[in-house]
Design a protein around this ligand. Structure first.
Ligand SMILES: [Zn+2]
Length: 271
C-alpha cells in the first residue's frame, strides 16, 4: 500500500488523498470498513481525467465488407486510432444477500431457503423465483450448506476475459452444493479428462488472507481422487473431442507462457 501511495503522489501529481469514508456512505454506521484504503488510493486516480485522449496514430489498412482477402484488394484507407485509458472504480452493494459473501470470507457456504416452497438457493436469492411464491422473502431464512456437491455442468476454457487470461487454461463447473436446488459456478481444480456431469466434488477455499468475499475464493476438487469418468461421459466418450481439448490446452499453455511468463501446466499447478 505504501508503495502504491507513493506512485499516486509522485508520478501522477494528484491532490492529497482523503482520509475519510466516501461521502455517500458517511451517514451509515460502519460495521467493517476494509475499503477506505482502497478509496484513498483509487479515487484521486479516477478523478485525474484519464479518459482524456493522450495520443493518436494514423494507420493504413483494409476496409469494407466481404472476406479479409477481398478487402485487401481495395486500395487501403487511412484510419485514425486514438489512445486513452478508460477507467472507473465501482462500489457495489451485495444488498440483502450480503451474508453469503461475508460467509465466504470465513470459508462458509450458505444459502437462502424459501419459507413457502422450501427451495434452497445457492447462490442465494433475497426473494423466491417460484411464481407460486410471489417473490416471498427468503433473506431472513439462511441455511448452512456443506462443502460438498456434484458437477451439474462444466466448460473447459481456453479463452477468458482479460482479468482471468493469465490463469488459462482452466475449467469452470456449475456445482449443485448438497442441500441446494440451484448451482454455483466455481473453478474446478480437476483435469479435463477427469471431469464429467454428476461427478462428486469437495469445495475448498483459498487461504484466509487472500479471500475477497467473492466466488474466486473457492474452487472444487474431486471427492474421489483419480476417479475415471463413466463410459457415457460426454467429453471423454468422443476420442476426437478429447484430443481436440488436449491440443487446445497445449496451445493455450504455450501462449500463456509466452505472453505472461506463467507456467500453468498440470505438473506445476498440481491439477
Ligand atoms: Zn418459494
Amino acid at each position: 500500500m505504501e508503495e502504491e501511495k507513493g506512485l499516486v503522489e509522485t508520478k501522477l501529481k494528484v491532490r492529497p488523498v482523503k482520509k475519510e469514508r466516501e461521502k455517500k456512505y458517511r451517514d451509515y454506521p460502519t460495521v467493517v470498513d476494509n475499503s477506505t484504503a482502497a478509496h484513498d488510493f483509487w479515487e484521486p486516480i479516477v478523478h485525474l481525467g484519464l479518459w482524456a485522449i493522450k495520443g493518436h496514430q494514423i494507420v493504413k489498412g483494409p476496409w469494407g465488407g466481404g472476406t479479409v482477402e477481398q478487402a485487401k484488394k481495395r486500395p487501403p484507407r487511412e484510419f485514425m486510432v486514438i489512445d486513452r485509458a478508460s477507467f472507473a472504480f465501482y462500489s457495489h452493494s451485495y444488498g440483502l444477500v450480503s451474508p453469503f459473501f461475508q460467509g465466504l470470507l470465513e470459508a462458509k457456504l450458505t444459502g437462502t431457503k424459501c419459507p413457502k416452497c422450501g427451495t434452497v438457493y445457492c447462490p442465494p436469492r433475497a426473494h423466491c423465483w417460484n411464481p407460486e411464491c410471489k417473490v416471498a422473502d427468503c433473506f431472513d431464512n439462511w441455511v448452512n450448506l456443506p462443502l460438498t456437491g456434484i458437477i451439474h455442468t462444466f466448460t473447459v476454457q481456453c479463452l477468458a476475459a482479460a482479468p482471468f487470461e493469465h490463469m488459462l487454461p482452466f475449467s469452470m463447473g456449475w456445482v449443485q452444493v448438497d442441500g441446494a436446488d440451484t448451482t454455483l459456478p466455481m473453478l474446478l481444480h480437476i483435469r479435463p479428462k477427469e471431469i464429467f456431469i454428476g461427478k462428486k466434488v469437495n469445495i475448498e477455499f483459498i487461504p484466509r488472507k487472500s479471500r475477497k468475499g467473492d466466488l474466486m475464493d473457492l474452487y472444487a476438487v474431486a471427492a474421489v481422487p483419480g476417479e475415471k469418468p463413466p463410459e457415457w461421459a460426454c467429453m471423454q466418450k468422443d476420442t476426437r473431442e478429447m484430443e481436440s481439448v488436449e491440443n487446445s490446452m497445449k496451445a493455450t499453455l504455450k501462449f500463456i507462457k509466452d505472453r505472461y511468463g506463467v507456467d500453468n501446466s498440470p505438473q506445476t499447478r498440481g491439477w
